[in-house]
Design a protein around this ligand. Structure first.
Ligand code: KIV
Ligand code: NA
Length: 266
């Protein structure tokens, strides 16, 4: 089958086919998840935590993402590669263009992901106008951890829910091709998903999104130094291989069996 493209993701949404995404940081795991048939692979700045053992994603650099992205790209033949823009690497449109150039040119990414709306809308607009596919990321944005004071569900109060609805429309309007919603109450995430034309990928955002993403280590039941969030499920339990765990996750997402009620927030 043809490699996954940006228009293909949009078509999947319009046809009601759920989109699958996994994070990945090296070529061998990339090969395994690509073979299992994942649609999109994210070189997340979560690598700061799961690969580098840091307490947050803030110390991750563009060089780090380029290094891991290039490795992952060599393992993929089918899935679309998304790479995270690190903290402050897209704070101005000029920096965003430089970062995207490196992630796509050296890293082999087909899409770049950045957190937030508001002041970031200009960066989204400038990238999109220059044909850089952008994935926005709203809800819990881990690069805001110092401001937020921790990792917790976002959009529970009515004012925050209203801001999220408006931000989601604004990133689409600015030209984003996809949106990740992290740790958002399931009803709100479903509502935002219905309100947008672009695909919405959830993590801790309920089953009502157009697709799902999980950090690879979490899916494999690996416990890190940090508390495992409730939206995580160990897909290695019940299978006997890593590729089997990837396949079980992909099938559960496509059939709407993951996330279940217990993985989401009210
Ligand atoms: O860095 C990451 O892994 C992410 C996903 C959790 C969406 O941004
Ligand atoms: Na990230």
């Amino acid at each position: 089958t043809a490699p996954v493209s940006v228009p293909r993701l949009r078509k999947m949404k319009s046809e009601g086919q759920r989109i699958t995404m996994l994070t990945c940081y090296d070529a061998t795991f990339a090969l395994a998840m690509d073979r299992a048939g994942v649609d999109t692979v994210l070189v997340g700045d979560s690598l700061g935590m799961v690969v580098q053992g840091r307490d947050s994603t803030l110390p991750v650099t563009v060089d780090h993402i380029v290094y891991h992205s290039a490795a992952v790209a060599r393992g993929l033949t089918h899935a679309l590669l998304v790479a995270d823009m690190p903290f402050l690497s897209y704070a101005t449109p000029e920096r965003a263009l430089d970062t995207a150039h490196r992630l796509m040119g050296e890293g082999g990414a087909a899409m770049v992901k950045l957190e937030g709306a508001g002041p970031m809308l200009e960066s989204i607009r400038v990238l999109a106008e220059r044909d850089v596919p952008v994935c926005a990321h709203l809800g819990l944005t881990p690069q805001s951890v110092m401001k937020l004071g921790g990792f917790r569900v976002q959009g529970r109060e009515e004012a925050a829910a209203g801001r999220l609805r408006a931000d989601a429309l604004a990133v689409q309007e600015a030209g984003a091709a996809m949106l990740v919603l992290e740790c958002v109450p399931r009803a709100l995430a479903a509502e935002v998903t219905r309100s947008l034309d672009i695909p919405v990928i959830g993590i801790g955002a309920g089953v009502g999104c157009d697709g799902q993403v999980l950090v690879m280590h979490d899916l494999l039941g690996l416990r890190g130094q940090h508390r495992t969030p409730r939206f995580v499920k160990d897909f290695l339990a019940g299978t006997d291989s890593i590729e089997g765990a990837f396949s079980a996750y992909l099938q559960a997402v496509r059939e709407g069996r993951f996330p279940a009620e217990e993985h989401g927030f009210d």
